[in-house]
Design a binder for this molecule. Structure first.
Ligand code: HEM
Length: 449
């Protein structure tokens, strides 16, 4: 669709920007409202200005489809996600050509097959149970902090292995935090600026490589079999038939950890918040739990039978997608609905805004998990309508793993505890890249009899 570029119109620009900063202040405060304002004014495509650079926003199924179907040499994820390179590392993911990144992600697929997922279900349930033992009979917790803790242990166990999980120390949690501190608006435009947060990020990464290399070396000496992503990567071969270097293995593990841990914790948190705001659905989830899990263990097969809980997770993905926008950089001019996006500009789609379009989802502002059940299946009615895990060739490879984690956590939690929200209307925190509720998101709990 990139023909006759010269004949096309430029994209309409949103009013209200400041000199140079453009819409940066509004974007930082609440990017979803900004994107919604643009869609309400101009429809499927508009643009705004961020620090002197044009950003084009495409929303709605047609905009999403065009974005996800565009070849990488037209709309490039690699160019847009350069800020991840100092974290994931050189030679992996967005540092390498798209076909090499795809080949690297292929290496992970064996770790996401059903036989492995079967073992992960048990690990995640054990992590959740162990964590919840600390709660006692009643009390209050910050829900997002709790979900972050459970998912970092679960991800540590499933991705990097039992030794790593049992040694998962305050040191690693601190390092992980320093790496996360390297994801911000400044790093987005200038990932290598020597600011304290970036220097901490770089020191943390060097230490993480050391820690994972020590683990890999110990594994090689022990020469046993393991059931985690680390062992999958240690036995993998590159296209030339050579084993991967420790730096590449660490880079891929960090890519997966970063892509999957906080996003899963945030999805789990919104799933819980929405259920607690709509307790009638908790009754239905619990009824399903009794039917499926009273007489059977929590396994991959029994998890698949939890269709009502799955619909509740999907509704959380729809109303509160952890990634509210996805990005590309136009490396060639791109035409959509008669407007031209010039090469060099940034392009966004927004799951958060696209998920609230009335002709895609009925009564889009209301919480209605049943919209995903057989007979309605609103997510299947419109291609590229539900895009919380992306679409096309870059669609998330960890969707099943993420859904499994959230299902296990809420199965364990809801059967053990009655919960209530301290603040019935938690608001999103837009100060980070993955959009959870503002901290603290306090929940009161009481153990069920
Ligand atoms: C609730 C949890 C998660 C959410 C909301 C999520 C969301 C997404 C989205 C929206 C994309 C597409 C990005 C784009 O097109 O720009 C993506 C890609 C990706 N995700 Fe996830 N993800 C989650 C969990 C995971 C997990 C658990 C893993 C790993 C085990 C993972 C690994 C990846 C990878 C490697 C990609 C890049 C795929 C590619 O470019 O080909 N994600 N994810």
């Amino acid at each position: 669709m990139n023909m006759d570029v010269s004949l096309r119109e430029p994209v309409s620009v949103l009013a209200g920007g400041l000199p140079f900063l453009g819409h940066a202040l509004e974007f930082r405060r609440d990017p979803v409202s900004l994107i919604q304002r643009g869609r309400d004014r101009f429809g499927d495509i508009f643009s705004f200005v961020l620090f002197g650079r044009r950003v084009h926003v495409m929303t709605g199924p047609a905009g999403n489809a065009a974005f996800f179907k565009a070849p990488d040499d037209v709309l490039s994820p690699r160019e847009a996600y350069q800020f991840t390179v100092p974290i994931f590392g050189k030679g992996v993911a967005y540092d390498v050509a798209p076909e090499i990144m795809s080949a690297q992600l292929e290496l992970v697929h064996p770790a996401l097959r059903d036989e492995r997922m079967q073992t992960y279900a048990g690990f995640i349930a054990a992590e959740a149970e162990t964590y919840l033992k600390r709660w006692g009979e009643s009390g209050s917790i910050d829900l997002l902090a709790a979900m972050n803790e459970i998912t970092i242990y679960a991800a540590g166990r499933c991705l990097i292995g039992a030794e790593f999980r049992s040694a998962l120390s305050k040191e690693f949690v601190g390092l992980y935090h320093s790496l996360e501190g390297g994801i911000n608006l400044v790093a987005f435009f200038t990932p290598h600026l020597p600011l304290p947060a970036m220097l901490r990020r770089d020191r943390a990464r060097r230490r993480v490589v050391e820690l994972i290399s020590m683990l890999a070396a110990a594994r090689r000496r022990a020469a046993g079999e393991s059931d985690d992503f680390l062992s999958t990567l240690m036995t993998a071969r590159d296209p030339g038939g050579n084993p991967l270097s420790d730096d590449t293995i660490t880079g891929l593990l960090l890519t997966l950890l970063f892509a999957g841990q906080h996003t899963s914790a945030v999805l789990a948190t919104w799933t819980g918040i929405l259920l607690l705001q709509n307790p009638v659905h908790i009754e239905r989830v619990l009824a399903e739990q009794h039917v499926v899990l009273d007489q059977q263990r929590l396994t991959l097969a029994t998890l698949k039978q939890l269709v009502y809980l799955e619909a509740c997770i999907k509704e959380a993905e729809r109303l509160h997608p952890p990634l509210v926008m996805l990005m590309r950089k136009a490396v060639k001019p791109f035409v959509f609905e008669g407007s031209t996006i010039p090469a060099g500009d940034l392009v966004l789609v927004s799951p958060a805004v696209s998920h609230r379009i009335a002709n895609v989802f009925a009564a889009p502002a209301s919480y209605d998990p049943q919209r995903f059940l057989p007979g309605r299946e609103e997510d299947r009615r419109t291609a590229y309508g539900l895009i919380g895990f992306g679409g096309g060739k870059h669609r998330c490879i960890g969707l099943a793993f993420a859904y499994q984690q959230v299902k296990v956590i809420w199965s364990v939690l809801l059967r053990r505890f009655e919960l209530t929200l301290a603040d019935p209307h938690p608001r999103p925190d837009f100060s980070t890249f993955v959009i959870g509720p503002r901290a603290p998101c306090i929940v009161h709990y009481r153990r069920r009899k």
